[in-house]
Design a binder for this molecule. Structure first.
Ligand code: GLN
Length: 539
């Protein structure tokens, strides 16, 4: 069959969850046997979100091929269980960079280079890139931002042209918001009508409306919206708030969103979606009563999206173990010797978060010392692993000023040091050690047992590494390097064997954890936390 292109745009306000709707639709189409990919176009000038701090854009996600990507790609992978790549996330910056490179090469043969057609053509080329591989029946393209933004205009113009070129092989889903006005006790459809008008002014007629709402929108109100907005009466679908994002595919299927997409793109309908494993996960989620209490020690605790993939990985693992995740965020800047006991003793397990820079570092060391000495299941990820190493050096090896070159380039014992290939790098964007690398695990280690194998591929995003000069001293004192890259011998995993669970990974296992394929390290960590809780309760 021809590749079908589904465009997802947003109106009224941002943060409505275009990523979740795109992911839910992909999930349903995959469950029906189609081959689907989702891509995101972000209308900002940064080449990628790698240089954005989490306050700007939440977590930076990393694809297997080493692209620093929008966090929506994390949703795509968690919902579809299919890996994304660099081609799945394109920004205005990337589009302009490519056009300007072509201009410098002389590719435009003396023509004036303009937004239309050159920028829009480049956008169209990128939209079709994944479809042209022949690997996908559906390419879902999410356009970041809100209709009416100046920034998204070239993207919407490209969508308009593509809709015209592709005809029934494409459609547009517009996601809007239907607010409830408490004083009037009414749901208001006007913002949706205005937002559709805005889209129509740009020459795009949406085929399906997904209406985000906190209250049930009556069938009559939906018919009214459909009538005013030129969509089929059954094509105004509501997306009401649900306790978990993982319920959204089911809610969409109940309203036939997948059938609508097939019908409107003339796609022969295969079987009903095979949702068995997904439904089993939801069932476990609904029945998980007993909590498992995990603390996440990091410096972006007030930002719910900063550690998105870690939160989701913990949630998936807890759900598979029939537990309700009780996740507590602990501000690393606020942890000190006098409050650490009070903050950490209620926890069954502790995650030391990834990150960059000095802020909040000392609190991580205090937390780690307490966890190590009290034998609490502890998981250090990336910077968290590096902090594990530094804390051990300071308090067990007696190297009191041990540090990372990142925090103090002139410390006497930089047990975490800049990687050799990083020393000559001056550009910050896209130059870290990024993407999936192989790691060989010691067969007796906790991670090898968790994964059930000794070779794994996990994703990275860092510049600094365990300083190999200190390796023997660590190992003799009880912190083992149980995972390393076979080619470069970089240390990827450390563990203190004999502890309940004390593991640090230089890589980010959270990026590869999906609903249907949760990461084994999180499963293992959560089950250690549950065991520890039961021991505490038994006391
Ligand atoms: N700042 C550390 C480094 O660059 C860790 C990075 C991270 O936690 N992602 O090596």
């Amino acid at each position: 069959m021809d590749t079908k292109y589904i465009f997802v745009t947003g109106g009224v306000v941002s943060s409505l969850g275009k990523g979740i709707i795109s992911s839910s639709l992909a999930n349903l189409l995959i469950a029906r046997g189609y081959r689907v990919t989702i891509q995101k176009f972000d209308p900002y000038i940064n080449i990628d979100p790698g240089t954005l701090n989490p306050y700007e854009h939440g977590e930076c996600y990393v694809t297997v091929d080493g692209h620093e990507a929008d966090l929506d790609l994390g949703h795509y992978e968690r919902f579809t269980n299919i890996q994304t790549t660099r081609a799945n996330n394109v920004t205005t910056g990337r589009i302009y960079q490519s056009v300007i490179d072509k201009e410098r090469r002389g590719d435009y043969l003396g023509k004036t280079v303009q937004i239309v057609p050159h920028i829009t053509d480049e956008i169209k080329r990128n939209v079709k890139q994944l479809g042209n591989t022949g690997q996908f029946d559906f390419v879902i393209t999410e356009i970041g931002g809100v209709v009416g933004d100046i920034e998204s205009l070239p993207f919407l113009e490209a969508v308009r042209q593509l809709r015209w070129e592709l005809g029934r092989n494409s459609l547009c889903i517009h996601l809007t918001y239907v607010p409830y006005i408490a004083a009037a006790k009414e749901l208001k459809t006007k913002p949706t009508q205005h937002s559709v008008k805005k889209l129509q002014e740009l020459g795009i007629q949406p085929d399906i409306l997904v209406l985000r709402t906190e209250r049930d929108i009556t069938a009559e109100a939906r018919r009214k919206i459909a009538l005013f907005c030129n969509v089929a009466p059954d094509a105004a679908v509501q997306s009401i708030d649900v306790p978990s994002i993982y319920q959204v595919p089911i809610k969409m299927h109940e309203q036939h969103l997948d059938d609508l997409v097939l019908r409107l793109t003339d796609t022969p309908s295969k079987e009903e979606p095979q949702m068995g494993p997904w439904l089993r996960f939801l069932d476990k989620m609904a029945n998980a009563q007993k909590p498992v209490t995990i603390g996440l020690v990091g410096k972006y605790v007030e930002l719910q999206d900063a550690y998105k993939s870690i939160n989701e990985s913990l949630f998936q693992a807890a759900t598979y173990d029939d537990r309700r995740l009780d996740l507590r965020f602990i501000h690393s800047e606020k942890v000190n010797d006098s409050n650490v006991e009070e903050l950490l003793s209620p926890l069954d397990g502790v995650i030391i978060a990834p990150g960059f820079g000095q802020r909040g570092i000392e609190g991580k060391f205090v937390a780690l010392k307490w966890c190590r000495e009290h034998d609490v299941p502890t998981f250090g990820i990336c910077l968290g692993m590096q902090c594990m190493v530094i804390e051990f050096a300071r308090n067990v090896l007696g190297l009191h000023e041990a540090n990372s070159t990142e925090m103090n380039p002139t410390a006497p014992d930089n047990v975490i040091d800049l990687m050799e290939e990083q020393k000559s790098i001056s550009n910050m964007g896209g130059t870290m050690r990024l993407g999936a690398y192989e790691c060989r695990l010691d067969p007796d280690s906790t991670p090898a047992k968790a994964y059930g194998k000794t070779t794994v591929n996990e994703r990275h995003r860092h510049r600094f590494e365990f300083n190999d000069e200190y390796r023997t001293r660590f190992e003799e004192a009880g912190m083992k390097c149980v995972g390393e890259n076979p080619a470069t011998h970089l240390v990827e995993v450390v563990e203190i064997p004999g502890k309940r669970w004390f593991v640090g990974t230089q890589y980010h296992p959270e990026y590869s954890s999906t609903v249907l394929n949760p990461n084994p390290l999180f499963i293992s960590f959560i089950s250690a936390a549950i065991k520890y809780r039961e021991e505490k309760e038994g006391k």
